[in-house]
Design a protein around this ligand. Structure first.
Ligand code: BGC
Length: 782
C-alpha cells in the first residue's frame, strides 16, 4: 500500500496536462490510465441492487439483489453487510473497482421516482444500513460510492432543480446518512445533479464544508454522469472527478483556467492525489493490491427476500397450511418485477417467479386476470444486430438475445444500427410492432415499410436518452403459424444516444375473459394469492410518480377474487408505497418489494412458513393519497422548497395526527410480542419483550424520543435507536438499544444538546409505543 507521501510524489511526476487528463473519464465507465506512474484505468459500475458491470449487455448477467427499500425493511445491518460482501465478489468477477452505491437519499415523499433505490424515510435507519453496506463492500476490496450527495429526492427536472432546505433539516436529516458513511470510511462519494440552496451539487460549497473540512472526507468526489457543466466553478469546488469522459468542460479548458490563474494548481493536485489514493485502495496502482472479496454466497439472495418481506396483515391464513390447492393470480405471479427502472437496472443471472416456486410444492393454478403494462415488449428472442456504414456496408454484426439493444460495439463510421428477427407469429390478428430510439427510425415488416419517423433528441437526461427513449408503433395484421420478417433501423447521429429497440406484442386477450378465468381459478381453490405490481416504468429513475394507485385494473381484480374466495392473500410487488384500498378486507397482505432474482423462492419460504416474514416498514404507507404529508415534490420554476423541514415521513404523520395505513416500523412476523418493561442506563435503553406466540421469531425493538417542553422546534417523535432480538415461544429477552449522542443533538451552527429530560417511547413501530419513560425514568444527556 502506498502512503500519502508516495502518492504525493507520484502526483509531482505529472505535468499539468497529464494531471487534468486524469480528472475526467477515459470513457463512459472508466477513468484514464497513466502509464508514467503505473496507474491503470478504474472501472465503475452502477448498483445498488447488484453490479451490472461496465456497459449494458444482456449476455453479461448479474446477481440481482432485492431493492434497497427491501434492504431497508430488514433493519438488519449484519445481513446488509454480508450482502455488501456479495457485491464486492460480484464487482471483482466483473472487473469493477468502484461500485456506484449505496443511495443515501431519503424517502421524502412516496412519489419520488427513485424511492425504490433508497433505504428509508428515516436518517438514522438509512445511516446505519448505509454504513453496513459501505463496510461490507469495502471489506471486499471494492470502493463504495454513497450517492447522490445531497438532497436528491426528486426526479422531475432532476439535472437542474434547486432544493431549498434549511440548515437544520439539511444537517439533521439529509446530510446525516452521508456523514455516517464518511465516518465509516467511504472511499468515494458521488455528487448529485440537483442544486442545493443556489449551487449545483457538482460545484456546491457543501463538497468542501462540511464534507472535506469538518468530516475529513479523504476519498474521491465523483460527479454524477454528465453533472459537471462548468469549468472554473466546479474545479474550485470539492468536485474531484468528472464522469464520464473524455469530453466535458474540464480537459483543455481546465488547463487554460489553471494557466490563467482562475484555478489554483494545488486544487488539481489534490484531486489527482485523491484519485491515486482510491486507485491504491482498489489495487489499480502498480505495487498495490486490493483486499480479496469473500467467496460469493448466493444463498444470501433468498435469505434476504424473507428477511425483507413485510407482513402487513394476517387473519390467520398465513403461513399456509400444507396440502392446499392454490390459485396464483396476477401478471406478476409469473412475470415478477424483480427490479426498478433506470441506471440501477441489470440483467438478472436467473429469475424465479412465485408460480415457479409454488408449483414444486403444491397444487397450483395460474391466471393473469389483468394486464398492467401497455408499453411495447422488446422482442424476447434472438435478433441480429448490424452496424452499417454510410453506404449500408456492414461494419459489425452480432447475435443478441433481446430486441432492446442499449449498447453494441462502437465502430468508426457507424451510420445505422439495424435490428432484425424472424418473429414467430403465435396468433392471428393485429400485432403491435414498435421501434424506439433517437434519430430517424424505420420499420419493415415482410419487406414492406410500415413506419418511417424522425424522433428528435429532446432531453439531456442519460436515463432517458440511453435507456428509455420514446417509441413509435404500428399495428400490423399477421397470420398465426407464420414467421414475420422484422427489420428496424435507426440512423445514428452525434448526439442520438445509445438505445435502440424492436418490440412486438400479440393481439391482447379479451379483458373480461381474463378476469373471469382468474375468478374461476380462485373459486376452485382453497386459497388465492394475488400478486399486484407496479412497473419499472412507474418506479424509475428519470421521472416521478403522479399517483400511488396500482396501475390497470388491479384493485378490481383483488375485489373480484376476494368475492370468489375469502381466503385471499395479496402480495404487493412494488419498490415503494402503493394504495391498498381493500387492505382491511383481504385475509393477508405481504410486501415483497422488488425482490431480486430469488423473489419467487424467498416468498414461497414465507408463504409456507419455512421462514417468517422478517421485514419492518422502512417508510410509512399512506391509506389515502390525500393524506400524504409531503406532496410538493415537483419543482416550481426550478426551485423545490423542503418546507416540511425536519418533519419527514412518520414525523410528519405524527405531527398532524393523521393515521397512515401502516406506520414506519410496522411488520407482523409470525409470532406476537409483549413489551414488558424498559429502563434507561445512561445511553442505553434496556427493553424486555416476551414472545407471546407459538413459534420463535425476531422482533425489531424501536426506541423513539420526544421532547414536548423543548426550547427548540423538534419533530413530534424521532427514531433514536433500534435493536433486534430473537426469542422462543414464551421466552422473555432483553434488547439493548444504544442511543447515539447525535440522537439528542440538534444543529444550531454546531451540534448542541439541550439539557433536561427526553421522553422515551418504545414499541414495534412509530405509531405504537406501549412503553413510555418520562420524568425520572426519562433519558438525560450523558
Ligand atoms: C444516475 C446515477 C448513476 C449514473 C451512471 C446517473 O444518471 O443518477 O445514479 O450512477 O447515471 O449510470
Amino acid at each position: 500500500m502506498h502512503d500519502d507521501h508516495e502518492l504525493a510524489r507520484l502526483v509531482g511526476k505529472l505535468d499539468l496536462h497529464a494531471k487534468v487528463r486524469l480528472l475526467a473519464g477515459g470513457s463512459v465507465w472508466r477513468s484514464c490510465a497513466e502509464p508514467l506512474i503505473g496507474l491503470r484505468a478504474l472501472t465503475f459500475s452502477d448498483g445498488p441492487a447488484g453490479v451490472r458491470g461496465p456497459g449494458w449487455d444482456e449476455r453479461r448477467t448479474s446477481l440481482a439483489l432485492p431493492s434497497p427499500t427491501a434492504l431497508g425493511a430488514t433493519w438488519d445491518e449484519e445481513l446488509v453487510g454480508r450482502l455488501g460482501g456479495l457485491l464486492a465478489a460480484e464487482s471483482r468477477r466483473k472487473g469493477v473497482d468502484v461500485l456506484l452505491a449505496p443511495v443515501l437519499n431519503l424517502h421524502r415523499t412516496p412519489y419520488g421516482g427513485r424511492h425504490f433505490e433508497c433505504f428509508s424515510e428515516d436518517p438514522l435507519l438509512t445511516a446505519r444500513l448505509g454504513v453496513a453496506y459501505v463496510r461490507g463492500v469495502q471489506a471486499g476490496g471494492v470502493a463504495a460510492t454513497p450517492k447522490h450527495f445531497v438532497a436528491n429526492e426528486t426526479e422531475t427536472d432532476r439535472l437542474t432543480h434547486d432544493v431549498r432546505v434549511g440548515d437544520r433539516a439539511l444537517h439533521e436529516v439529509y446530510l446525516a446518512p452521508f456523514e455516517a458513511a464518511v465516518e465509516a470510511g467511504a472511499w468515494a462519494l458521488m455528487s448529485a445533479y440537483n442544486g442545493v440552496n443556489g449551487h449545483p451539487m457538482s460545484e456546491n460549497p457543501l463538497l468542501t464544508s462540511p464534507l472535506k473540512d469538518e468530516w475529513g472526507f479523504a476519498g474521491l468526489v465523483v460527479s454524477d454522469w454528465g453533472a459537471v457543466r462548468t469549468t472554473v466553478a466546479s474545479a474550485v469546488s470539492g468536485q474531484d472527478l468528472s464522469m464520464p469522459g473524455p469530453w466535458g468542460p474540464w480537459g483543455d479548458q481546465l488547463v487554460s483556467a489553471v494557466e490563467a490563474g482562475d484555478v489554483a494548481e494545488s486544487l488539481v493536485d489534490d484531486k489527482v492525489f485523491r484519485l491515486l489514493k482510491l486507485a491504491a485502495r482498489v489495487g489499480a496502482l502498480e505495487g498495490t493490491s486490493a483486499i480479496e472479496p469473500p467467496v460469493a454466497d448466493e444463498s444470501l439472495l433468498r435469505e434476504a427476500v424473507s428477511a425483507s418481506t413485510v407482513l402487513l396483515r394476517n387473519n390467520g391464513v398465513l403461513p399456509l397450511a400444507p396440502g392446499l390447492r392454490i390459485a396464483v393470480i396476477g401478471p406478476g405471479a409469473t412475470a415478477p418485477r424483480v427490479q426498478g427502472g433506470g441506471s440501477s437496472g441489470l440483467y438478472p443471472a436467473a429469475e424465479n417467479s412465485l408460480f415457479d416456486a409454488l408449483s414444486t410444492r403444491a397444487e397450483v393454478v395460474h391466471a393473469a386476470g389483468v394486464r398492467i403494462d401497455d408499453r411495447p415488449t422488446p422482442v424476447d428472442a434472438p435478433v441480429l444486430v448490424r452496424v452499417l456504414g454510410q453506404d449500408d456496408e456492414v461494419l459489425f454484426r452480432e447475435h443478441r438475445l433481446t430486441g432492446r439493444i442499449l449498447e453494441t460495439e462502437e465502430v468508426p463510421g457507424a451510420a445505422v444500427l439495424e435490428i432484425s428477427t424472424g418473429l414467430p407469429v403465435t396468433r392471428t390478428g393485429l400485432w403491435r410492432i414498435a421501434v424506439a430510439g433517437y434519430g430517424r427510425l424505420t420499420l419493415d415488416v415482410d419487406g414492406v415499410r410500415v413506419l418511417d419517423v424522425v424522433q428528435p433528441v429532446d432531453t439531456d437526461d442519460p436515463a432517458v436518452k440511453h435507456l428509455r427513449p420514446p417509441h413509435h408503433s404500428v399495428e400490423v395484421r399477421l397470420t398465426g403459424g407464420t414467421e414475420a420478417e422484422l427489420v428496424a433501423r435507426r440512423e445514428l447521429g452525434e448526439d442520438s444516444g445509445m438505445a435502440s429497440m424492436l418490440a412486438a406484442d400479440p393481439p391482447p386477450p379479451d379483458a373480461a375473459e381474463e378476469l373471469a378465468a382468474a375468478v374461476a381459478a380462485a373459486r376452485e381453490s382453497d386459497v388465492a394469492v394475488v400478486v399486484v405490481s407496479t412497473t419499472d416504468a412507474i418506479e424509475s429513475e428519470g421521472r416521478d410518480r403522479h399517483t400511488l394507485a396500482l396501475p390497470g385494473e388491479q384493485d378490481a381484480l383483488v375485489r373480484a377474487v376476494l368475492a370468489a374466495n375469502p381466503h385471499t392473500v395479496v402480495v404487493v410487488n412494488s419498490g415503494g408505497p402503493v394504495l391498498l384500498p381493500w387492505r382491511e378486507d383481504v385475509a393477508g397482505v405481504l410486501l415483497t418489494w422488488f425482490p431480486g432474482q430469488e423473489g419467487g423462492n424467498g416468498l414461497a419460504d414465507v408463504l409456507f412458513g419455512d421462514r417468517e416474514p422478517g421485514g419492518r416498514l422502512p417508510t410509512t404507507w399512506p391509506g389515502l393519497e390525500s393524506d400524504v404529508p409531503v406532496k410538493d415534490y415537483l419543482p416550481v420554476a426550478g426551485s423545490l422548497p423542503y418546507e416540511e423541514g425536519l418533519d419527514v415521513g412518520y414525523r410528519a404523520w405524527a405531527a398532524r395526527d393523521v393515521v397512515p395505513a401502516y406506520w414506519f416500523g410496522h411488520g407482523l412476523g409470525y409470532t406476537t410480542w409483549h413489551y414488558e418493561e424498559a429502563r434507561v442506563e445512561r445511553d442505553v435503553v434496556r427493553v424486555r419483550v416476551r414472545n407471546t406466540g407459538d413459534r420463535s421469531g425476531r422482533e425489531v425493538v424501536q426506541v423513539y424520543l420526544s421532547r414536548p417542553d423543548s426550547a427548540v422546534a423538534r419533530p413530534q417523535r424521532w427514531l433514536a435507536g433500534f435493536a433486534a432480538v430473537t426469542a422462543e415461544p414464551g421466552q422473555s429477552v432483553e434488547a439493548l438499544v444504544r442511543i447515539p449522542r447525535r440522537a439528542i443533538s440538534h444543529w444550531a451552527g454546531t451540534w448542541e444538546v439541550e439539557p433536561g429530560a427526553f421522553t422515551v417511547l418504545i414499541g414495534p413501530n412509530a405509531g405504537v409505543t406501549p412503553l413510555r419513560l418520562t420524568s425520572e425514568n426519562a433519558l438525560r444527556p450523558w
